[in-house]
Design a protein. Structure first.
Length: 299
């Protein structure tokens, strides 16, 4: 496999795909459709678990949301606020562990950053889920506000970075935080703890190792996970962030962040499915995924 170019399922090495034992995925504009979790998508999560795969959403959404997702969704854990923590159910109880580098004392710095943002961008509004966040500031650029232009989004990111914050662009928000962590660090830390909350399909089955995960995402916030995992499936706008890796890439069409309209289960699979009932009739001829008897296979 050559670095820098997605590998079509028609030419993918099936033996390598069989190594996948876990699926970690973004939520907004990857799992959701126009801001909604469809019945088909939720059914797919259940089928992934029933097929024997570990399932871990890795999202920029807030702690308050992640508590709900970990408790009610068919998942093993949820990595939230771009890697700040992992939330999971263990022995019937909801638990949360912080990723090294996450700082609960950063709220004063986040407030100062917010003041600087509003001084430069008077139109800026925080995401509607900001009250449920513990570690970051989410600036809405298209979810519940009139869409920002690309130039202003870029200037916003540059301002956050100039103030000493990390800043990443999702499909709907710019997320800014203080602390040395990201999505892949959150996933790695959860695995390093023994994957608490992991629900194996067989007695005493170990949690998937780092090189046994498939990551699915749509935005640059996920690019580090893409770059450091052996298997990923991402929108075209993420490729520039991942050209240095030598991984199995399963390509997908999307022009740029903020245009997440084509779904990873819709409009991209010619002879393949991501678990029934996703039957794609009008699809591009070079990407696809299905799960069968607990392993990923080419369509």
């Amino acid at each position: 496999m050559s670095a820098g170019k997605p590998v079509a399922f028609s030419s993918a090495d099936k033996a390598k795909l069989k190594q996948v034992r876990g699926v970690c995925l973004d939520i907004d504009d990857t799992l959701s459709t126009h801001g909604k979790l469809t019945a088909q998508a939720f059914h797919a999560l259940w089928k992934l678990k029933e097929s024997g795969l570990a399932v871990v959403p890795v999202t920029g959404r807030p702690a308050g949301w992640c508590d709900h997702l970990a408790r009610f969704w068919p998942v093993d854990s949820v990595i939230g606020e771009n890697g700040a923590f992992s939330t999971f159910m263990q022995d019937g109880k909801l638990k949360k562990v912080l990723t090294p580098g996450a700082d609960l004392q950063a709220k004063a710095r986040l407030k100062a950053l917010g003041d600087a943002i509003r001084k430069r961008f008077p139109q800026a509004q925080w995401a509607s889920d900001q009250p449920y966040r513990e570690f970051d500031l989410a600036i809405d650029f298209c979810e519940d506000v009139a869409p920002w232009n690309d130039a202003d989004i870029t200037r916003l990111v540059e301002l956050c970075q100039a103030e000493g914050a990390h800043a990443k662009v999702s499909s709907i928000h710019v997320n800014a935080w203080f602390g040395d962590y990201d999505k892949q660090a959150g996933l790695r830390h959860w695995l390093s703890l023994g994957a608490p909350g992991f629900k194996p399909s067989a007695v005493n089955a170990p949690a998937p190792k780092w090189n046994e995960w498939l990551f699915i995402g749509d935005s640059p916030t996920a690019s580090l996970c893409f770059r450091l995992l052996n298997f990923w499936w991402g929108w075209r706008n993420c490729l520039a962030s991942c050209r240095s890796s030598n991984t199995l890439r399963l390509g997908s069409p999307l022009a740029r962040p903020g245009q997440a309209s084509r779904k990873w289960w819709k409009g991209s699979f010619p002879r393949a499915r991501l678990l029934k009932p996703f039957d794609i009739a009008k699809a591009r001829p070079w990407v696809g995924v299905r799960v069968k008897v607990g392993v990923l296979n080419a369509g």
